[in-house]
Write a protein that binds this ligand. Structure first.
Ligand code: PLP
Length: 631
């Protein structure tokens, strides 16, 4: 969001053609019998006026002319005398040249209705500026903060001090949300140095230098050449955009707002930020009975088994409409027979708890192994529970407990239970695709994930990767018609990839694209590496800023990281809103025993994004929370 605009005066908002300083300089030098060309004057317009006089006095012709006419007065003293005369001269012309430029009225109205703050910086001194302010106010232009270099220890353009001060007065910490507008090279440099969006205006600016009447007398070709020449000079200086009329700022601000708004990064464990190309697949509608769609579904199922490092002889992928929990509920409700079966659920967070709730709803006999939220489930604890409960036939655990970001050691637990002929179910919702998982090595019976996590698709369906021999034994088990995993499987198999009921067609196309992009990135190995890099950067950066981790580093997944509140009075809502306004959506905490928040590392997110986030959090911590920050 653009929060403020910092504008120059002469040639930008008032004084078409930036005539006043030119006339005043010309007359001031003429007062001392020196004829100054307009070209010489225009070279350095935008500087503070005393500096400007000194610069012009350095021109060989000007200095020799001074020495010839005023041998008694040294050059250093000359600048001050000419500057004094400039102040007299400018007073004579200001009234005539303080007229608002065309487009200003519309622009001021837009800024007011959109609550965009206006400030100004200038090369004029305070006394001159005060006169212009009065004249501008009479025409309806009242920028709230008006800075001269007298307010910044005489440090003017092209340094950023005046803009910095304006931002400070407006209480704005991120210059990326500010536009600086001006008509000279020094204006553009000032904006760039301050880190704002720097925009050059050409019509009626110093680089064209003609009065409105003179400019209007040019033919179209000449006007275009003037525009092009001025625009090229401002571009060369680093202008982000060039506009003709000040009112052209209106559509420009709207489009910058759209861009800055359009792609907030979701640093959440799904839905997460997907690529533009994944989103674009959803612009086309598809019929569910269509052969291409059925083939695509089969290809998606095939790819998923491959990502699980498994052979289709042994494993199959069953897609299920709905969010991830629908897949968990379909699996628990179908895998466990209605008679002579007991489920052991190991729970160390909200998603383990959700499985317990599902078992309660479906009246599945179950035993719970409760593990503290900040600790991983261990094989030893599972085996101890099994020893006490020989009736257990099925076992369920979460892989990455998204509550905290803990990674439970399924590689140790699952094969050991498979050896005991216990049927195993893993909720790998937030890890599959982002952490390597080998279905065959695990001997896992069911592994559940969803379309909107590490494969980086959009929400719409869950995925159950099932051992075929196990799934084939489950006919008639289901406690629900729609969530019958066995019948869902049979329909895909018997009808060449046809979904049983209406399917999320757009989501499936998006997912297929996401699978292709996973492959292009270098598969799960490359993706894990990127997530790990994000996680390490985030974790180390946050700890430097004084935010403590909730869980021990040796059980931390690369998926999502939990941080403790930095103080007991920390206002998460305010922190969240601050980051959201600047393009990042984070996640509240879910740990019950301490106040925490979470930041996800997954999705279309790069190390650059994490660094930008850390910078924002640093500013917030320093300025809003006023907490001391280490190195
Ligand atoms: C996201 C997630 C789920 C599913 O949640 P839904 O809101 O139903 O998509 C289940 N388990 C884990 C570990 C998850 O991260």
């Amino acid at each position: 969001m653009i929060e403020a605009i910092v504008l120059d005066w002469a040639g930008t908002t008032v004084d078409y053609g930036s005539r006043a300083p030119i006339i005043a300089f010309k007359n001031a030098f003429a007062h001392f019998s020196i004829d100054l060309s307009e070209e010489t004057i225009r070279q350095d317009v935008g500087l503070d006026k005393l500096t400007h006089v000194r610069k012009m006095l350095q021109e060989p012709e000007v200095s020799s002319s001074w020495e010839a006419n005023h041998p008694a007065i040294p050059l250093a003293k000359a600048a001050e005398e000419i500057y004094a005369q400039f102040q007299v001269e400018i007073n004579k012309v200001l009234a005539d040249t303080a007229q608002l430029k065309p487009g200003m009225t519309d622009f001021i109205k837009f800024a007011n209705t959109h609550h965009i703050q206006l400030a100004t910086t200038t090369g004029y001194n305070q006394a001159m500026l005060n006169q212009i302010l009065t004249l501008a106010a009479k025409q309806g232009y009242n920028p709230a903060y008006n800075i001269t270099s007298e307010q910044t220890n005489h440090v003017g353009r092209p340094n950023s001090d005046m803009v910095d001060l304006a931002l400070k007065k407006m209480n704005i910490s991120d210059p990326a949300h500010v536009i600086k507008v001006g008509d000279t090279v020094n204006d553009i440099l000032e904006g760039k140095n301050a880190g704002t969006i720097s925009i050059g205006v050409v019509d009626g600016g110093n680089l064209i230098g003609l009065s409105q009447q003179e400019f209007n007398h040019l033919d179209i070709g000449e006007r275009d050449r003037c525009h092009a020449k001025a625009a090229a000079i401002l571009k060369e200086a680093g202008a982000d955009e060039i506009i003709n009329n000040i009112a052209d700022l209106i559509p420009l601000i709207e489009s910058i707002d759209d861009q800055q708004h359009e792609i907030p990064l979701l640093l959440t464990p799904g839905p997460l930020t997907t690529s533009r190309t994944v989103k674009e697949t959803m612009l086309i509608d598809h019929g569910t009975w269509d052969d291409d769609y059925k083939e695509l579904t089969q290809w998606v199922r095939h790819e998923l088994v491959a990502i699980g490092n498994a052979s289709e002889d042994n494993y199959t992928a069953v897609l299920m409409q709905g969010s991830g929990s629908f897949g968990v509920e379909a699996t628990l409700g179908t895998a466990i027979p209605k008679q002579n079966a007991t489920l052991l659920i190991a729970a160390n967070g909200a998603y383990g708890e959700r499985m317990i709730e599902i078992a309660d709803y479906l009246a599945i006999p179950h035993i719970v192994l409760q593990v503290p939220e900040d600790q991983a489930v261990t094989l030893a604890a599972v085996e101890e529970t099994l020893a006490a409960h020989p009736e257990v036939t099925h076992f369920a655990v979460v892989h990455c407990e998204t509550t905290t970001g803990i990674l439970n050691p399924i590689e140790a637990i699952i094969p050991a239970l498979a050896d005991k002929s216990i049927i195993t179910i893993v909720d790998a919702m937030s890890s599959f695709g982002g952490v390597p998982i080998d279905l065959e090595k695990l001997h896992v019976d069911y592994l559940i994930t969803s379309s909107n996590k590490c494969v980086q698709g959009v929400p719409g369906f869950s995925i159950v990767l099932a051992k075929k021999t196990t799934l084939q034994e489950t006919e008639g088990n289901a406690r629900s018609l729609a969530l019958d995993l066995y019948q869902q499987y049979r329909t895909f198999e018997d009808h060449d990839g046809k979904w049983r009921f209406t399917s999320p067609t757009h989501g499936v196309y998006a997912f297929a694209e996401a699978l292709r992009e996973l492959e292009q990135e270098g598969g799960v190995t490359a993706r894990t590496h990127r997530y790990h890099t994000n996680e390490t950067l985030l974790q180390e950066g946050m700890q430097k800023l004084g935010y403590e981790l909730v869980i021990n580093q040796n059980v931390q997944s690369p998926i999502i990281t939990s941080f403790k509140y930095p103080t007991t009075s920390f206002n998460f809502r305010a922190f969240y809103e601050y980051l959201k306004e600047r393009g990042f959506i984070i996640y509240p905490g879910k740990v019950s025993k301490c106040d925490s928040f979470r930041i996800g590392n997954i999705g279309e997110v790069s190390a650059d994004d994490i660094n930008r986030l850390l910078n924002l959090i640093k500013t917030y911590t320093k300025e809003k929370l006023q907490l001391p920050i280490g190195s």
